[in-house]
Design a protein around this ligand. Structure first.
Ligand code: NMX
Ligand code: MLT
Length: 580
């Protein structure tokens, strides 16, 4: 595929890498493209193309420009080639068979939907522009931003319609007990990416965890969803195909290089500082890259905030695994690190490799881990903190930092560290004694009698065993059934609910996600419990950042619930005016 003659570039479709079977017969378009430039935009006009349903056809390609379109940019760029008609992106698609070029990467050139009509009007071909296409057919790929943007107008209309229809209806009430009691069960916010049912557990965009495991793209030979696929699902509401996941992985790879300043900040932190504090400092050190902060300063229109928010979300997700791995290597090893292979490996495997693990089963565990911790509807401390801070239009780096601060609490994410610490303590106190239900029961009572909580048990919303616990148990049964600590966790599953029920205080005596994660990690050699919440944090970024993008897309306002004082409550219910 050499460069075409000036003004008459050649476009060659190569054989499908992954054959895509359309619902109806698809005729590969016969194209004879002519491209022209309008400012920084590149348009390609196709003389002839025939497209049978499905209507949208997308190829990713590498295009080389001679001379380079932008002297500051590389002459080779990658992007998407989209064949219209595409109603979701272009409300009134032009009938003439035009190709759209979405050029991403270093040059960021773009011909968007609304510009297509204008591009169609432009007739003159720019001479002297050699354009070489090296296409890799990834039919069905639509970049994550385009996939999301096509959803936003309908979602905004949906919210508008719901508000018009039910705006004055009561979602619930708030009693005085609830106001003092952590607002438990008060329905006072919306959150689109996931929903938690007290009995059934979490659903990501309507899908249970086993459904996600069955439906989402996996690594070759693997059984767990790819983290990139979870992000795609949570953000767009759609199950992505392999090509979309690969494209997202490449997007992450293109953003994955840590700024030198941020590396310097992380490397300056004391290695005995708690890893969650280091992670938060690392995230804040990434913040100067924020597109959202820069755009706000420039005064962009509020309807475009989501685009910058997405930009930041992608950057943060691309860089977070390396920040987290760096913290692990510095805190618990000699600081040396396997370089990132973002783009070649999925997020889970790459994170594992950077931490120093190269067992394919550990890669699978990482994928499972990053999946199940990603989102847990909107009211949990970390998700709510991200939402709250973001509602002030603080950028995603600052907002996520707020979420991490909450996740670092022992009643929330830090519980995974506490569980492993407790298991190890029990192991020591059992000494050479046989582990029995009776001996464990006594040790559980010791915790309660000391006025402490049993880590890994109970939940503010769930009233059954957390399905995230069950997923991990299934993983353990499959891969490490004879692990000594797994046996302890299994026995605690039989013991703790009975003890907590007998104590009579907890609303849910069953295990949550944190009761299991530590023993899985420990089995594969990740024994440093102080690090565990960092991994929770990397995963929680996937859900909370997807949700944050939607907050801006839907134009949610600053959060500001009304608070009252105890004096106000007394006065209110005693029929007096309360000023204190
Ligand atoms: N061990 C001992 N006592 C408990 C436990 C437990 N695991 N769970 C709840 N209680 C107590 C709770 O402290 C409260 O006591 P008091 O009336 O003296 O204040 C009472 O039982 C009623 O609490 P609930 O309404 O059942 O639970 P709540 O919604 O307030 O709290 C948790 C939910 C998750 C904070 C609580 O169950 C807990 O502290 N669990 C242990 C820590 C943990 O595993 N956290 C991780 C949660 C999941 N995550 O990843 O974030
Ligand atoms: C979570 O994953 O955020 C925890 O289970 C806590 C919660 O949902 O309240």
């Amino acid at each position: 595929m050499g460069p075409g003659p000036p003004g008459r570039p050649t476009l060659t479709r190569v054989t499908d890498r992954r054959p895509w079977q359309p619902r109806a017969q698809r005729r590969v378009p016969v194209v004879s493209p002519r491209e022209y430039r309008r400012g920084r935009r590149v348009c390609v006009r196709v003389q002839q193309a025939s497209i049978a349903p499905p209507p949208l056809e997308v190829c990713s390609y590498t295009a080389s420009f001679t001379p380079p379109l932008d002297p500051r940019a590389a002459s080779t760029v990658t992007g998407l080639l989209i064949l219209p008609p595409c109603r979701s992106l272009c409300p009134s698609p032009p009938l003439s068979p035009l190709l759209w070029l979405f050029l991403s990467g270093s040059t960021m050139l773009r011909v968007g939907a609304t510009r297509l009509a204008r591009a169609a009007a432009a007739r003159s071909a720019a001479p002297g522009l050699g354009l070489r296409f090296k296409t890799t057919d990834t039919s069905g790929v639509l970049g994550i931003k385009e996939a999301l943007s096509s959803k936003i107008p309908a979602a905004i209309a949906d919210v508008k319609a719901v508000r018009e229809a039910y705006g004055d209806e009561q979602l619930g009430t708030c009693t005085v007990t609830q106001a003092y009691g952590g607002m438990r069960s008060v329905k006072a916010m919306t959150y689109e990416t996931s929903l938690l049912d007290a009995e059934e557990g979490i659903r990501f965009r309507g899908m249970t965890l086993p459904e996600c495991q069955a439906a989402l793209p996996r690594a070759p030979g693997g059984g767990e969803p790819l983290p990139e696929a979870i992000f795609w699902l949570l953000l767009t509401g759609d199950v992505p195909n392999d090509a979309q996941v690969n494209a997202l992985r490449e997007e992450f790879a293109s953003r994955s290089k840590l700024p030198a300043d941020a590396v310097a900040v992380i490397d300056a932190l004391p290695t005995d500082m708690h890893p969650m504090t280091q992670l938060n400092a690392g995230v804040l050190a990434l913040q100067p890259q924020s597109a959202m902060a820069a755009a706000y300063e420039k005064g962009v229109h509020k309807s475009t905030y989501w685009e910058y928010c997405l930009d930041d979300a992608l950057t943060l997700l691309a860089q977070l695994p390396e920040v987290a791995a760096r913290i692990y290597r510095r805190s618990f090893h000699d600081g040396s690190m396997t370089p990132s292979a973002a783009g070649e490996l999925d997020m889970g495997a790459n994170y594992a490799r950077m931490m120093g693990f190269d067992d394919p089963k550990f890669d699978e565990l990482m994928r499972l881990y990053l999946t199940i911790h990603a989102d847990h509807e909107g009211g949990n401390v970390s998700a709510h903190a991200v939402r709250l801070v973001g509602s002030a239009l603080s950028d995603p780096f600052l907002s996520f930092s707020g979420g991490l601060a909450g996740l670092a609490g022992p009643l929330h994410g830090l519980a995974n560290q506490e569980v492993l610490r407790w298991l190890m303590e029990m192991k020591v106190s059992l000494g050479s004694k046989e582990m029995t239900k009776e001996s464990l029961t006594g040790l559980v009572w010791d915790v309660l009698n000391a006025g402490k909580v049993v880590p890994g048990f109970g939940h503010a919303v769930l009233r059954k065993t957390d399905p995230r616990y069950t997923c991990q148990r299934e993983f353990a049964l499959k891969h490490m059934p004879d692990d000594e600590m797994f046996k302890m966790v299994s026995m605690l599953y039989e013991v703790v609910p009975a003890v907590l029920t007998e104590q009579g205080k907890v609303k849910n005596p069953f295990p949550n996600v944190d009761a299991h994660s530590g023993v899985l990690l420990r089995h594969y050699g990740l024994t440093e419990a102080r690090y565990y919440t960092v991994m929770f944090g990397v995963s929680r970024a996937i859900g909370t950042l997807a949700s944050l993008v939607w907050d801006r897309a839907l134009g949610l306002p600053i959060e500001r619930p009304k608070s009252v004082t105890t004096g106000w409550i007394k006065a209110h219910f005693e029929g007096k005016a309360g000023k204190k």
